[in-house]
Design a protein around this ligand. Structure first.
Ligand code: SF4
Length: 173
Protein backbone atom coordinates (compact mmCIF):
# COMPACT_ATOMS: atom_id res chain seq x y z
CA UNK A 1 0.00 0.00 0.00
CA UNK A 2 1.37 3.45 -0.84
CA UNK A 3 2.18 5.50 2.26
CA UNK A 4 -0.45 8.11 1.54
CA UNK A 5 -3.14 5.42 1.28
CA UNK A 6 -1.98 3.93 4.56
CA UNK A 7 -2.10 7.36 6.20
CA UNK A 8 -5.65 8.03 4.98
CA UNK A 9 -6.81 4.57 6.18
CA UNK A 10 -5.23 5.26 9.58
CA UNK A 11 -6.95 8.66 9.70
CA UNK A 12 -10.33 7.10 8.87
CA UNK A 13 -9.81 4.45 11.53
CA UNK A 14 -9.13 7.17 14.12
CA UNK A 15 -12.17 9.08 12.84
CA UNK A 16 -14.29 5.95 13.39
CA UNK A 17 -12.96 5.61 16.96
CA UNK A 18 -13.43 9.32 17.73
CA UNK A 19 -17.01 9.16 16.39
CA UNK A 20 -17.65 6.18 18.69
CA UNK A 21 -16.16 8.15 21.59
CA UNK A 22 -18.30 11.22 20.85
CA UNK A 23 -21.40 9.01 20.52
CA UNK A 24 -20.70 7.44 23.92
CA UNK A 25 -19.96 10.82 25.49
CA UNK A 26 -23.22 12.12 23.95
CA UNK A 27 -22.66 15.76 24.84
CA UNK A 28 -23.32 17.96 21.80
CA UNK A 29 -26.94 17.17 20.88
CA UNK A 30 -28.55 16.81 24.31
CA UNK A 31 -26.45 19.31 26.25
CA UNK A 32 -25.68 22.05 23.73
CA UNK A 33 -27.74 21.93 20.53
CA UNK A 34 -31.16 20.89 21.90
CA UNK A 35 -31.20 23.49 24.73
CA UNK A 36 -30.06 26.19 22.30
CA UNK A 37 -32.88 25.32 19.87
CA UNK A 38 -35.41 25.29 22.70
CA UNK A 39 -34.19 28.61 24.08
CA UNK A 40 -34.31 30.29 20.67
CA UNK A 41 -37.95 29.41 19.97
CA UNK A 42 -37.03 26.35 17.87
CA UNK A 43 -34.70 28.11 15.45
CA UNK A 44 -31.95 25.86 14.00
CA UNK A 45 -28.44 26.54 15.21
CA UNK A 46 -24.97 26.44 13.68
CA UNK A 47 -23.59 25.34 17.06
CA UNK A 48 -19.78 25.36 16.69
CA UNK A 49 -19.85 25.26 12.85
CA UNK A 50 -19.37 29.00 12.48
CA UNK A 51 -16.86 28.99 9.61
CA UNK A 52 -16.00 26.90 6.55
CA UNK A 53 -13.84 24.70 8.71
CA UNK A 54 -13.84 21.78 6.25
CA UNK A 55 -11.00 23.52 4.37
CA UNK A 56 -9.94 26.44 6.54
CA UNK A 57 -6.86 24.85 8.08
CA UNK A 58 -6.04 22.27 5.41
CA UNK A 59 -2.32 21.81 4.84
CA UNK A 60 -0.83 21.93 1.38
CA UNK A 61 -0.15 18.19 1.35
CA UNK A 62 -1.24 15.34 -0.96
CA UNK A 63 -2.95 13.48 1.91
CA UNK A 64 -5.23 16.45 2.57
CA UNK A 65 -5.96 16.58 -1.16
CA UNK A 66 -6.84 12.86 -1.18
CA UNK A 67 -9.04 13.28 1.90
CA UNK A 68 -10.90 16.11 0.14
CA UNK A 69 -11.30 14.08 -3.08
CA UNK A 70 -12.69 11.07 -1.22
CA UNK A 71 -15.00 13.36 0.81
CA UNK A 72 -16.36 14.96 -2.34
CA UNK A 73 -16.88 11.57 -4.02
CA UNK A 74 -18.91 10.40 -1.04
CA UNK A 75 -20.76 13.58 -0.06
CA UNK A 76 -20.44 15.98 -2.98
CA UNK A 77 -18.64 19.29 -3.36
CA UNK A 78 -19.51 22.10 -0.94
CA UNK A 79 -20.83 24.28 -3.77
CA UNK A 80 -23.47 21.63 -4.57
CA UNK A 81 -25.28 22.38 -1.30
CA UNK A 82 -27.92 25.09 -1.14
CA UNK A 83 -30.03 25.27 2.00
CA UNK A 84 -33.15 27.32 2.62
CA UNK A 85 -32.39 29.56 5.60
CA UNK A 86 -28.83 28.39 6.23
CA UNK A 87 -27.57 29.04 9.73
CA UNK A 88 -23.87 28.37 9.11
CA UNK A 89 -21.45 29.72 6.49
CA UNK A 90 -20.37 26.11 5.99
CA UNK A 91 -22.30 24.56 3.08
CA UNK A 92 -21.93 21.10 4.62
CA UNK A 93 -24.08 22.21 7.57
CA UNK A 94 -27.66 21.02 7.13
CA UNK A 95 -29.72 23.49 9.23
CA UNK A 96 -32.06 20.68 10.35
CA UNK A 97 -29.56 17.89 10.95
CA UNK A 98 -26.07 19.34 11.33
CA UNK A 99 -23.00 18.21 9.44
CA UNK A 100 -23.63 16.03 6.38
CA UNK A 101 -20.09 14.59 6.54
CA UNK A 102 -20.47 11.25 8.29
CA UNK A 103 -16.79 10.57 7.55
CA UNK A 104 -13.78 12.31 5.98
CA UNK A 105 -14.08 15.43 8.14
CA UNK A 106 -11.08 17.74 8.27
CA UNK A 107 -8.83 17.46 11.34
CA UNK A 108 -10.21 20.67 12.86
CA UNK A 109 -13.85 19.56 12.43
CA UNK A 110 -13.11 16.10 13.77
CA UNK A 111 -11.08 17.13 16.79
CA UNK A 112 -13.07 20.09 18.06
CA UNK A 113 -14.67 19.97 21.48
CA UNK A 114 -15.69 23.22 23.13
CA UNK A 115 -14.53 24.29 26.59
CA UNK A 116 -17.87 23.31 28.18
CA UNK A 117 -17.66 19.78 26.78
CA UNK A 118 -14.05 19.43 27.94
CA UNK A 119 -15.11 20.58 31.43
CA UNK A 120 -17.76 17.83 31.52
CA UNK A 121 -15.17 15.26 30.44
CA UNK A 122 -12.96 16.39 33.31
CA UNK A 123 -15.50 16.95 36.04
CA UNK A 124 -17.94 14.11 35.31
CA UNK A 125 -15.70 11.41 33.86
CA UNK A 126 -12.26 12.30 35.22
CA UNK A 127 -10.84 12.45 31.69
CA UNK A 128 -8.08 15.04 31.48
CA UNK A 129 -6.43 13.73 28.33
CA UNK A 130 -8.72 15.30 25.72
CA UNK A 131 -6.73 18.24 24.53
CA UNK A 132 -8.43 19.72 21.47
CA UNK A 133 -5.29 21.20 19.90
CA UNK A 134 -3.28 18.09 20.71
CA UNK A 135 -5.87 15.89 18.97
CA UNK A 136 -5.94 18.31 16.03
CA UNK A 137 -2.17 18.09 15.56
CA UNK A 138 -2.17 14.31 16.03
CA UNK A 139 -4.74 14.03 13.23
CA UNK A 140 -2.62 16.25 10.99
CA UNK A 141 0.48 14.17 11.70
CA UNK A 142 -1.38 10.95 10.95
CA UNK A 143 -2.44 12.38 7.61
CA UNK A 144 1.01 13.67 6.73
CA UNK A 145 2.68 10.43 7.83
CA UNK A 146 4.66 12.04 10.65
CA UNK A 147 3.22 9.77 13.36
CA UNK A 148 5.27 6.64 14.00
CA UNK A 149 3.52 3.28 14.37
CA UNK A 150 4.14 3.53 18.12
CA UNK A 151 2.64 7.05 18.38
CA UNK A 152 -0.32 5.99 16.27
CA UNK A 153 -1.02 2.98 18.49
CA UNK A 154 -0.67 5.08 21.65
CA UNK A 155 -3.11 7.67 20.31
CA UNK A 156 -5.53 4.97 19.15
CA UNK A 157 -5.39 3.29 22.57
CA UNK A 158 -5.95 6.60 24.37
CA UNK A 159 -9.22 7.07 22.44
CA UNK A 160 -10.30 3.52 23.28
CA UNK A 161 -9.45 4.13 26.96
CA UNK A 162 -11.48 7.36 27.08
CA UNK A 163 -14.45 5.61 25.45
CA UNK A 164 -14.27 2.74 27.92
CA UNK A 165 -14.07 5.15 30.84
CA UNK A 166 -17.21 7.02 29.72
CA UNK A 167 -19.01 3.72 29.06
CA UNK A 168 -18.12 2.37 32.52
CA UNK A 169 -19.26 5.61 34.21
CA UNK A 170 -22.59 5.41 32.39
CA UNK A 171 -23.11 1.79 33.50
CA UNK A 172 -22.20 2.47 37.14
CA UNK A 173 -24.33 5.63 37.50
S1 SF4 B 1 -17.71 20.45 7.64
FE1 SF4 B 1 -19.23 19.78 9.12
S2 SF4 B 1 -18.23 19.91 11.14
FE2 SF4 B 1 -17.00 21.11 9.68
S3 SF4 B 1 -17.76 23.23 9.89
FE3 SF4 B 1 -18.89 22.26 8.20
S4 SF4 B 1 -20.76 21.44 9.13
FE4 SF4 B 1 -19.29 21.87 10.79
Amino acid sequence: MRTIDRDIRRYLEIERLLNAFFATFDYCLPRCITPEIQNSGHKPTAACCTKKYYALYDLDHPAFELLRRERELLFGKPEQYHWNDPVSPCPYHNPAKGCVLATHKSPVCLSFLCRSAIDVLRNTFGIYSYDYLGVHYALEWILTGEFSEHQYNEFRNSILDMTLKVERSAVSS
